[in-house]
Design a protein around this ligand. Sequence first.
Ligand code: ZN
Ligand code: ZN
Length: 256
Amino acid sequence: MNFIDSHVHLADPAFDDDRADTVERARSAGALALLCIGESLDAARRAGDLAARHPGFCFHTAGVHPHDAADFDASRDLAGIRAELARGAVAVGECGLDYHYDHSPRERQRDAFAAQLALAAEQARPVVVHTREAEDDTRAMVSDAGRAGVRGVLHCFTGSHALARAALDVGWFVSFSGIVTFRKWGDDELVRLVPDDRLLVESDAPYLAPVPHRGRRNEPSYVPLTIERVAAIRHASPDALAGITAANARHLFGLA
Ligand SMILES: [Zn+2]
Ligand SMILES: [Zn+2]
């Protein structure tokens, strides 16, 4: 099946030994494109190098993850993100709020997220958003950004129906990862409430390998396992769902 992996950390050191082979395995598995996430400026630069090495197949993003928001420096980091956008990054992020791990103080997370949403508005680019146990603040900030014309995706989404609906209401997308294949996954209704034209799929590799690879390093060639599960939940054909989500990724991120 032909698919697009809308979220992969291919610049992560987990792929240092076999990054080129991982890209080739993704192609062989039917991938049409990989969106390589820059969750830090360092990662964004490496993801940008990957995009340059695989034009038309690897694309990249640039942002500062909520885990690192404590070190966010608006003038330095926004300039860095702007520079990556200027050399072809297709989106801002991943950025957002993570009150589960609380690796950075929440107020600093909100400041860094707000600054990146404002940059996305200024640059007219979509945003890749990470949110975990930060429902109210995410809903408020995404709704405000959406009303200001910013579009984006709630990636690897496992939150509430209310948050998904709030994002969908302002034109956003929702992306599902291998978590939907886990035995403990228990919210098929969430997977069904996202309309066809707002649905994305992702690996989030090297994390969250779908069953039966759970617990091992994840990679984009496993995305079809997630697509099969999402399709089963939605009573859709896997090939059709792969095509729809690929078209959505091309549309949201403007992939050539
Ligand atoms: Zn994330
Ligand atoms: Zn990520």
